[in-house]
Design a protein around this ligand. Structure first.
Ligand SMILES: [Zn+2]
Length: 172
């Protein structure tokens, strides 16, 4: 989906971090966002994080980010990890704000009702969106082999390689 303008209440993100917590096989995933000195932690399923990273990547593909450097990766110590603003992500919406050149992420608590307002509405600068997209792929792919052609993580299942115009490569 594309949304030209975010909700009026969307806040600018200062720093963000994607990480996996726990042992392989039992890992939990979270996106930590710092806005206006407030830390918000979004707990996500692996598939949600992967989809989020890919969706951001697709937005960045349509914007010229060649001159945009990835933001330095934030560290856990930069956030209030005991924050009360924590929730499990249900619905999530992503858009692009052309005027402000920011990626908009709107996330809803999985336990919220249909008509409830989102738990997070945040605008990510392109440099931060870029590193977020990259980090999401890395964190999700941890331990998975990377394709020698395109550098993206392989499997499980057949790999649609960008360097092969999306032709499937079966990894054995
Ligand atoms: Zn590939």
């Amino acid at each position: 989906m594309s949304e030209e303008h975010g909700p009026d209440f969307a806040e600018d993100v200062d720093i963000a971090l994607v990480e996996a917590i726990g042992e392989p096989g039992q890992r939990r995933f979270r996106l930590i966002v710092g806005l206006n000195d407030r830390t918000t932690i979004m707990w996500m399923e692996k598939q949600q994080l992967e989809a989020l990273g890919q969706a951001i990547g697709r937005i960045l593909d349509q914007v010229d980010v060649s001159g945009v450097a990835s933001e330095a990766v934030a560290e856990g110590g930069m956030f209030d990890l005991d924050t009360r603003h924590q929730f499990r992500v249900g619905r999530i919406e992503i858009g692009y704000n052309h005027d402000r050149q920011r990626v908009l992420i709107v996330a809803y608590d999985i336990e919220s009702d249909e008509d409830e307002s989102p738990s997070l509405a945040a605008l990510f600068p392109l440099s931060l969106a870029k590193v977020l997209s990259e980090r999401a792929a890395d964190v999700v792919a941890a331990g998975r082999p990377r394709c020698v052609l395109c550098g993206m993580p392989m499997g499980p299942g057949p790999h649609a390689c960008a360097e092969q115009n999306g032709h499937l490569i079966h990894y054995t």
